[in-house]
Design a protein around this ligand. Structure first.
Ligand SMILES: Cc1ncc(C[n+]2csc(CCOP(=O)(O)OP(=O)(O)O)c2C)c(N)n1
Ligand SMILES: [Mg+2]
Length: 461
């Protein structure tokens, strides 16, 4: 039935039926068409419905709209543990040894070294900013420890004009795209140079120039938005693609379902990139779902799906590269579930020792870390050694400390900016609030540290 068949058929004009009026077939003419092997069953069923050629042999199959399977006379329930689960794709073992030569993407030395530098620079920046929050210098922070490979491996496989929708723990993606240490620091300090003008909590980065949509705190927000952007890309036909990052915890949000389903039915060029790091704050994956993780949900939505070792930067690169090709060439959504581990606390508001053991964390930190794995790969290629490591560590730390000092010295943005950019033009109620605040500060300004705030040169409207 699935083989290519040529059927000559006359479509009858049943235009008085409501089903046909819904737009499936409106005209009454003779057509000749062939059914390729990949034609969907829904299409076959539609052909059967509208075929008047009684000589066409029909297999007895369920003809319910959308049905894809055959009949059974066995009373059987589908078990969720029917199969072992989708395997985890990897290129390297933990010692950085390539397992199958033909899976090595053979990236040039400069590129791999650059990837390694980004991953380690992110790690150094995380340490400094985490400490600065502990010292009360910034209000909040989230580290990316252990997930650096998912960020850089995927970002390196994209085109610069692809659009990124992140959750909040994807700083390495931005770093790879060219967000500078100053950009990161200015945002975390919410100073006058912050691209978001100090309106967001730390780590809620965004960059129009780098195609990185500003982070939203409520989980799942970015997912349907990303599908909308992908749909726009599909219509524009410029070969662009969207990547949407999210955690396995966010995949429990209703918005994740809406996004997966819309992307499949609208056939959008989007990569859903799930970072499965084992926890949604204190909730381990064992309490989050009972099925085969996040990739296991993909086929049910009609998404091409793969599970990959997120600590293997080259495997993440290969998976994302291929996903991108399929998403753009075939207008198909792809789901990548990258298995990794959140080595740090959820955020500076969390103490993970309350819900997991130190040994568990130590295992991932010392035995299966994306940074050491990529370093091992580079050492095997003779691209890296202890001297280079020492020199880079020193250089990167100095760069982070300098950017940190620069950001800390800057003034806060003009406080009036909190009223602008909500709408294209400030609405009357916002104008009234601004005026109220101005009057308040005229009277009580000496109770506020106004000297720490810049004065905007451009009119605020
Ligand atoms: C709608 C919504 N519910 C709850 C929260 C609180 N919250 C913030 S992060 C988080 C855990 C998310 O876990 P996951 O998606 O796995 O990402 P990870 O932090 O592990 O990177 C929760 C529950 C939120 N921000 N938004
Ligand atoms: Mg998680």
């Amino acid at each position: 039935m699935r083989q290519a068949t040529t059927i000559k058929t006359i479509l009858r004009c049943f235009s008085n039926t409501s089903y046909l009026n819904s737009g499936c077939v409106q005209s009454c003419h003779r057509v000749s068409f062939s059914i390729p092997a990949s034609v969907s069953n829904a299409q076959l069923i539609r052909n059967r419905y509208f075929s008047s050629d009684t000589s066409t042999e029909r297999e007895d199959r369920p003809e319910f709209p959308g049905a894809k399977s055959g009949w059974t006379d066995r009373l059987e329930f589908v078990k969720s543990d029917l199969y072992d689960g989708i395997p985890v794709y990897r290129v390297m073992d933990r010692e950085g040894k390539v397992l199958q030569e033909d899976q090595d993407p053979k990236l040039p030395e400069e590129m791999v070294v650059q990837m390694y530098r980004s991953m380690t620079l992110l790690n150094t920046m995380d340490r400094i900013l985490y400490e600065s929050q502990r010292q009360g210098r910034i209000s909040f922070y989230m580290t990316n420890y252990g997930e650096e490979g998912t960020h850089v491996g995927s970002a390196a496989a994209l085109n610069p004009d692809d659009m990124v929708f992140g959750q909040y723990r994807e700083s390495g993606v931005l770093m790879w795209r060219g967000f500078t240490l100053d950009n990161f620091m200015n945002q975390c300090y919410g100073n006058e140079l912050d691209l978001g003008k100090g309106r967001q909590m730390p780590v809620h980065y965004g960059s129009k120039d780098l195609g990185f949509v500003t982070i939203s705190s409520p989980l799942g927000t970015q997912m349907p938005q990303a599908v909308g952007a992908a749909y726009a890309f599909k219509r524009a036909q410029k070969g662009q693609c969207v990547i949407c990052y999210f955690g396995e915890g966010a995949a429990s949000e209703g918005d994740a379902h809406a996004a997966f389903n819309f992307s499949a039915t609208l056939e959008c060029p989007i990569i859903f990139f799930c970072r499965n790091n084992g926890y949604a704050i204190s909730t381990p994956t064992s309490e989050q779902y009972r099925g085969d993780g996040i990739a296991g949900r993909g086929p049910a939505y009609g998404l091409l799906s793969i599970r990959v070792d997120g600590n293997d930067t080259l495997a993440v690169y290969n998976a994302t590269k291929r996903a991108r090709e399929m998403a753009v060439k075939e207008n198909r959504p792809v789901l990548i579930e990258a298995m990794t581990y959140r080595i740090g606390h959820h955020s500076t508001s969390d103490d993970s020792s309350a819900y997991r053991s130190v040994d568990e964390v130590r295992f991932w930190d010392s035995t299966d870390h994306p940074i050491s794995r990529l370093r091992n790969y580079m050492v095997r290629q003779d691209w890296w050694n202890d001297d280079k490591e020492k020199e880079w560590k020193k250089k990167s730390k100095v760069a982070v400390m300098e950017a940190f000092a620069r950001a800390e010295k800057k003034l806060k943005p003009d406080w009036r900016l909190m009223f602008s950019d909500v709408y294209e033009k400030m609405t009357p109620d916002l104008k009234e609030q601004l005026q109220g605040m101005e009057e308040h500060l005229k009277k009580y300004g000496d109770h506020y540290p106004l000297k720490n705030y810049a004065k905007s040169n451009t009119p605020i409207e």
